[in-house]
Design a protein around this ligand. Structure first.
Ligand code: PAF
Length: 279
């Protein structure tokens, strides 16, 4: 089966007009890995047409050098989509997504403010805007996202609900390397020493999870457990650790219901995030 690659809104609309429904959309920024493959497989299992978008969205990057360094290899990405039986790849240029005169930003409220929202101002407006455009263009019955970006999933769910977008947002489990490191396109930037150190994110989350499983309910103690674990790794520069309410993402004093442990850590210039739900 050949994967059709389209680059314009018009070609996408034409290709989708005859495509069997339901349609499953996997939005990506390319440099695809096994985490993306898992999303494609979920779509293939549930939907009759699978669409993958490949678009490095400039609006969600604060730092221009982060955008410039973002890894890209469309040939390899399309080959992976083809191997996974994807029907359609939408790989637009920036002007096609944001045509001249484009002047809209989708700003999601309180769920987008803490954690990644606080650490990366402008990031979630960029994500919500591009995802709203993709949802409008593809009109998929379902769209698939990785739970590694748990706050992103919550922001997109809120946006789809509030804007009456009928696409169902499906969150899929984080896919990990054998040593526990969450798969991410950014892992390619880690030096060998940083790569060896990076599983400390998972270890820190698991240490806190174990404390919680043993009855610890203080949010501060759980955050402290993660910080202490991360402090043992000299290459890890901690940006934040969080033990937050599972629905509002507000920091918790006491964990009495569903919660989310999450963290953001820099290794050199590479910023990694991970999370672990509790309860
Ligand atoms: O998670 C990502 O890769 C991006 O944030 C997304 C959802 C494709 C929007 O650009």
């Amino acid at each position: 089966m050949t994967t059709l690659v389209v680059r314009t809104r018009a070609d996408l609309r034409a290709a989708l007009a005859d495509s069997p429904r339901p349609i499953g959309l996997v939005p990506t920024m390319g440099w695809l890995h096994d985490g993306h493959r898992a999303l494609m497989r979920r779509a293939r299992a549930a939907d009759r047409t699978t669409v993958v978008s490949i678009f490095v969205n400039p609006r969600q990057f604060g730092d221009p050098s982060d955008l410039a360094q973002y890894p890209r290899n469309e040939t390899r990405d399309v080959a992976m989509c083809e191997a996974e039986g994807v029907d359609l790849v939408f790989a637009p240029a920036v002007d096609e997504v944001y045509p001249p005169g484009f002047d809209t930003s989708v700003i999601v409220g309180s769920i987008a403010e803490p954690l990644e929202g606080a650490a990366r101002p402008g990031h979630f407006p960029g994500v919500a805007t591009v995802v709203a455009i993709l949802f409008g263009l593809v009109r998929a019955e379902r769209a698939y996202f990785g739970q590694k970006d748990a706050q992103q999933v919550a922001v997109i769910r809120r946006m789809a609900l509030d804007l009456a977008i009928p696409t169902e947002v499906v969150a899929c489990p984080t896919v990990r390397e054998a040593d526990g490191l969450a798969m991410s396109s950014r892992n390619v930037h880690l030096s060998p020493a940083e790569r060896a150190a990076a599983p400390v994110l998972r270890t820190a989350l698991l240490v806190a999870r174990e404390a919680w499983a043993n009855g610890e309910r203080s949010g501060e103690v759980l955050r402290h457990r993660m910080r202490a674990q991360l402090a043992e790794e000299p290459l890890a520069n901690v940006e934040y650790v969080s033990c937050a309410d599972g629905s509002t993402l507000a920091e918790l004093e006491r964990v009495d219901g569903p919660a989310l442990l999450s963290l953001a850590v820099r290794f050199g210039s590479t910023r990694l995030i991970d999370n672990e739900p509790l309860g």
